[in-house]
Design a protein around this ligand. Structure first.
Ligand code: PNS
Length: 158
């Protein structure tokens, strides 16, 4: 069984994330989407809400499962027998940051990191920008799954 993890905050998931998850699901037998529990960072959606959303929007991928984790990602990988991490790279500055994390994660545990170029259609996209646009009434349809679009409107303008 070839396993890989797609980690992140997913607050909320964007179409860029979903694209990386779907492409990973075509390459691997099992993809675990791992949502970081980060008590230091305030979030728009709770971890459990994010998990519900992720489960709904990935339901067409039978080999994708969604879990939460805290602490080091490599410990989660070890506990779940996952040898590799997939990270989407949007722009060169992502690579600077991700390379350091990949090298540290490898040094800590031997867990590999594989970089997947983001679909150029989504290279400008981030959860933070999506929240900012939605908060001020901008249109984020096409940037996030329909469910997320609906929930953002409810939560931010409700
Ligand atoms: O979506 P994000 O917020 O960019 O995801 C970042 C994430 C969750 C992948 C990263 O912060 C992470 O792996 N955090 C867990 C703690 C950890 O393992 N840090 C790396 C030390 S080298």
């Amino acid at each position: 069984m070839r396993r890989v993890v797609c980690p992140g905050s997913f607050d909320p998931i964007t179409n860029g994330h979903l694209d990386i998850i779907g492409r990973s699901a075509r390459l691997y037998d099992e993809v675990t989407v791992a949502v970081l529990i980060n008590v230091e960072k305030s979030s728009l959606f709770t971890v459990d809400e994010r998990i519900d959303i992720l489960q709904t929007v990935t339901k067409d991928f039978p080999n994708v499962k969604v879990r939460k984790f805290h602490g080091l990602l490599v410990d989660f990988c070890r506990q779940n027998d996952i040898p590799a991490i997939v990270k989407g790279i949007r722009v060169v500055s992502d690579f600077d940051y991700e390379l350091q994390m990949a090298q540290l994660n490898y040094r800590l545990s031997g867990v590999e990191t594989l970089f997947m170029p983001t679909n150029p259609e989504y290279s400008f996209l981030s959860s933070s920008r999506v929240k900012e646009i939605a908060r001020y009434g901008g249109d984020v349809s096409g940037l996030v799954p329909d469910l997320v679009h609906k929930l953002l409107i409810e939560r931010l303008r409700g």
